[in-house]
Design a binder for this molecule. Sequence first.
Ligand code: ZN
Length: 330
Amino acid sequence: MENELNLVALAQHFSDEDKAREFLEKLRWPDGPVCPHCGVVDNAYRLEPTTKSKKDTHVRKGVWKCGGCREQFTVTVGTIFADSHIPLSKWLLAFHLLCASKKGISAHQLHRMLKLTYRSAWFMAHRIRYAMSQEPLSSKLQGIIEVDETYVGGRFRHYIPRATKPGQRPQDQRNPVENKAAVVSVLQRGGRVQSQHVQRVTADNLRTIVHQMVDEDAHVMTDSATVLKGALLKRKHSQVNHREKEYARYENGVCISTNTIEGYFATLKRSINGVYHQVGKQHLHRYLTEFDFRYNSRKEKDGDRTLLAIKGVGGKRLMLRDSIGNKQVQ
Ligand SMILES: [Zn+2]
């Protein structure tokens, strides 16, 4: 079953809520049910659902009782599904759609395809992105590292290219990219990528990011932006000069280029422009999580990528207010 998880399989096997729950239980608890209250593994028993007529003893389906602490729980306690009124079968379909669509899928499309309100679909997509967030790297990135920055979002519509009023100095003009959000990505060639939204791209910011994520001995490659040069003074660092139309060259058999990360940015920007249209700056980090996740699991089949994302649901809860406000919960 797991080898052939695709939309057809999902639709056939998990249209039924009980089957969807069983599937999730098997995936999250391969060694038997884990009590979210005390952590005991495989020492719980299923409570049989009772009818509503027996007033106080009504039990929903899928409830377990822990043999250790005597507390009750279900497979969704403490996960991104907690307190959701959306059927699990729709959640699983949404996971698959988001994992299998190379450029992502908009909340509007989820809303139409899964018969949900737009608001539910939007919130659901954000929760799934949260499930895709990965643990901080246990070891730093090594080998050949490409670092680059890009800007997403709209330019000022009424950008005036030159100072038009008398006495206006060039520095008084608004920068056309001022409205855009800056993204810095660090990519290990043949390996993983990690992106972050930064307020401003400065040598200090970049130095911190590179220091946190990149091994001392790694060979860092960038384009010729001066800010990148300043951030990488003490590193083994090579640049390609895009202004001179140099995109790749060979030095001692090593290809000096930033083409891999440029390719990653190309997908990111095409998706943000073409699928999501507009991404609020306060939510950008979640979209970056989604793109990083898909890139980092690019060698997996769609079904396996979906399973990987679903496995990330535990220990994460995201309240609507956290998602709407500027507060970041990570
Ligand atoms: Zn327990």
